[in-house]
Structure formats: structure tokens, C-alpha cells
Design a protein around this ligand. Sequence first.
Ligand SMILES: Nc1nc2c(ncn2[C@@H]2O[C@H](COP(=O)(O)OP(=O)(O)OP(=O)(O)O)[C@@H](O)[C@H]2O)c(=O)[nH]1
Ligand SMILES: [Mg+2]
Length: 337
Amino acid sequence: MKRCSGCGIILQDQNDHALGYVKSLDHDLCLDCFNLKHYSKVRHETVVKGDMPQVSEAALIIYVLSVNHLSLRLKYRLDRHFPNSRYILVLNHADTLESSVNLGRMIHKIKHEAGQLKMKFDDIIPTSALQDHNIDLLIDSMKTYQENRNIYLVGFQNSGKSLLFRRIAEHLNQETPVLSGKKPGLTQGNFEIEFNHKKLIDTPGIFLEGGIASYLHYDQYKNIQIDSRVKPRNYQLDPLQSVYIGGIAAFSFVEGTFRGITFYAAKQLNLHRTKYDSMYQKFIERKGDLFLPTTDEAYVKHTFITKEDIKYDIAIADICFIHFEGKGQFKCLHLKA
Ligand SMILES: Nc1nc2c(ncn2[C@@H]2O[C@H](COP(=O)(O)OP(=O)(O)OP(=O)(O)O)[C@@H](O)[C@H]2O)c(=O)[nH]1
Ligand SMILES: [Mg+2]
């Protein structure tokens, strides 16, 4: 049984539509990894859901969370899945955070929240696997809390585990063939390197339920992923004005004393301000043409009311964050996820 050196899936030469296909079992990379590595293309659009990673021992778990998935930080109680393990939380993709974000305050808030839920993180470390930031700090922390255990990198798909794994390997003068890339669910098997007389293991990502990756074609999704520092885009909305977020969602201010709204998203994601009255009709008529990226999935309408002097944060899947403050009535159109 031979595994792909890029993603870890078991190689097979029988079914060229199935995962793990190779023309000859002499090859080391499956056709998907070969295409991704050399042509940045994927053959399989469907995001593999996969299972929870297997950790069948008391371990040190590095929970790798992208700052772009922060709203999902408590979705999985990893401590309940792996109760005898210790935990370090890594906030990866820190290089993409808007420059005014106070990381210290963010970490303090997460610690407080985790404490209230009786989740214990021995350490919380912001990193950028891409820019090689804080990797030595993480390695030191791993050594401090390892206590002769194996260490597992666990987290949602696309949180940057494999790139982080490669960076750690580089810092320890080791090599690993594991591939990283914008396709969620890329890693399909475990990868190991030596770490302080034990093993450090990269695992397949946890499927991001409701993530936009399940709705868009890979070529569209990869363009709107947040992969560099986001810049705020501010709008002063008058009553009965809407903003379209690509062809994915629309956000309308109906009435109230609301002041302004800030969007954080990849610069490739188009934002388009327009009148509210024709919003639904225009959205349906022009999506796929004026409003991209888009999907044929059903959209739902949603109304909500906000209160004075409260700050609101809305995360649209994993690609757009909206901040605003003030009293008002709003209507949204978004995917059913
Ligand atoms: N800007 C930025 N991009 C990163 C960082 N870490 C990873 N990436 C990018 O994020 C994408 C996903 O990275 P991977 O390492 O493949 O993510 P993963 O968690 O292993 O994903 P799965 O194998 O699907 O679970 C890749 O395009 C990486 O280049 C980071 O710190 N900053
Ligand atoms: Mg991976």
C-alpha cells in the first residue's frame, strides 16, 4: 500500500475518477497533487469532508486556527474529542490581520472565553506560517508542554497546518514532502517528522461546515481567500441602500440611526453599493455576470434589528467580515449554509 507523498492518500491505478489515482504505481504524487503542484489546478471540485483526525493517545495537540476562522473557534470542543491531551492554540494567518488589530487583546479575550468554558490552552501563539513568523516561539512552547508526548497539528481545513508543519521541519533541519495549498481538504493522511525524541504529526483538516468552499468552484474560491493583509473598506450607507458581496450575499440597511459599515475581505472580492428597492431582483438577474463569484445554490432572506451603542461583527463563511455599530433594521440575502 503506497501513499501519495504530497497528500498522504492511498495510491490506486484502477479508477481515474477516484481520489489517489496514478497512471502507474511507480509515481509518488497522485494525479490531483501533481496537477495542483505543477498547474495550480484541481480535478476534484468536491471538498472531501473526512473524519475527525485520529489521536489515540494522550498527546500535545496544537490546535491550528486561522484568524479567518476565528468565529468558529469554539465549534469543535477538541478537549472533548481528545480528553487526555494538552493543548496549545495557534492563531495562524496572523499576517492577514488588519494592521489595527490588537493581538494581545484578541488573545486575552480568547483566554477568558476558553476559561469560562473550562477549555485549557497551555499557550496561545499567533503565527504566520507563510512569513515564517513566531515559529521558534512555537517550537519552544511545544518543548515546554510536550512532556514526552507525541504532538499533533489539528484544525480546520485550510488553517495552514501543513505549511506550519513544513516550517517547523525547516527550523529543525528536516524535510517533509507534504503539500500545502488553497484547496481545502488537501491533506488526506498523516505526515510525521521527529520532534524532541518523539513525533510531530500533521493531520487531515476538519471539514468546515457551511464554508464557502463547498459552494464555489475551486478557481473562484481560491481567488477570494484572504491570503494577505486585509484592508478595511468603509461605506456610509443611507437608509434603503445595499451592498452586494460578490455574488454570494447582499447586505441592506433599511432604516435606523446606523452610522457606517466596514468590510474586511480579499481585495479580489467585489463589493458593490446600490439601491435597496431593486436588490433581490437585480441580484438574481445579474449574478454570474455583474456579481461574481456565485453559485446556483439557494439563497435565503434574513431580517434583523440592531441596538444602539453595540458593536456587531458578522462573518460571511470564511471570506468576509463585517463590522458595524448602531441601531437599525437590516436585510440580508445569503447562501442557505
Ligand atoms: N497568508 C498566509 N497564508 C498561509 C499561512 N499559512 C498557510 N497559508 C496558506 O493557506 C493555504 C492552506 O494552507 P495548508 O497548510 O495547506 O492548510 P491545511 O490546514 O494543511 O489544510 P488541509 O490539509 O486542507 O487541512 C495555503 O495556500 C497556504 O499557503 C499564513 O500564515 N499566512
Ligand atoms: Mg494540510
